[in-house]
Design a protein around this ligand. Sequence first.
Ligand SMILES: Nc1nc2c(ncn2[C@@H]2O[C@H](COP(=O)(O)OP(=O)(O)O)[C@@H](O)[C@H]2O)c(=O)[nH]1
Ligand SMILES: [Mg+2]
Length: 246
Amino acid sequence: MNYIFVTGLAGSGKSLLTSVLSDSLEDDGWGVARVNLDPSAETIPYTPDYDIREFIDSRTIYEKYGLGSNGALIFAMDLLAGNLQAFMPVLESFDLDFAVIDMPGQLEIFTFRQSGPFLLNSISREDKLVLFLSDITASFDFQNFILAEIMARVLSARTNAPTIHVINKVDVSPQDAERIRGFLEIKSADELNSLNEKHLFNAYKHIQRIAPETTHVFASAKTKENIWQIKAYITRAFRGGEDKKE
Ligand SMILES: Nc1nc2c(ncn2[C@@H]2O[C@H](COP(=O)(O)OP(=O)(O)O)[C@@H](O)[C@H]2O)c(=O)[nH]1
Ligand SMILES: [Mg+2]
């Protein structure tokens, strides 16, 4: 089974993309398991084949241990990482082409904790791909965009997986999407105006070296624009993917 981890900023569209991408892969004839690993999700727009909320309720953790909601989520991820022997057999039993895994929006589980990278690498050492979602409303200016880019690369380095930075919600403002595309064309700090932008750009260039395998797709989970591009990367990334389809 090939694993697609849907990570990214809170509210960027991870759950909707999990739904739309899974449906679209199924339309192409693939077998897909939908997995929700966000214990604090209120509602999700798909019927999960596995739902962590059935096993870990972050609200109960929140009350039982007196943790804040963020602390409860981090505790829940540690709990899951420590109980993989129960989780993995269920996941493996699906025995389909893809598992699309909807992750929590708290990026600190990947950046400042071991549980995120440990989870991803324990679920799949080899056959995995990370989608990192930001959305065009969160990447309004160059600094915000480059910070999202840095985060995508940090995730790629921490999880040792090819990563697609999906800039989602292009339907909201095609003009902003065009402007952000322009940010990707910048080749040198000399093209930037402020000192902060120049420093951030140089930091980004350094981080690129530790995680070079990142591509970009400008997409909309709502209108399904460019979902085909994400699928094209997915089938290319997984060895033999194109062959299996025939
Ligand atoms: N306009 C627009 N809204 C979107 C898109 N993707 C997600 N949303 C909306 O953004 C909100 C957050 O989406 P959700 O999938 O729950 O984000 P998550 O917190 O990252 O899982 C919901 O109201 C979605 O309907 C998109 O491509 N375009
Ligand atoms: Mg969600």
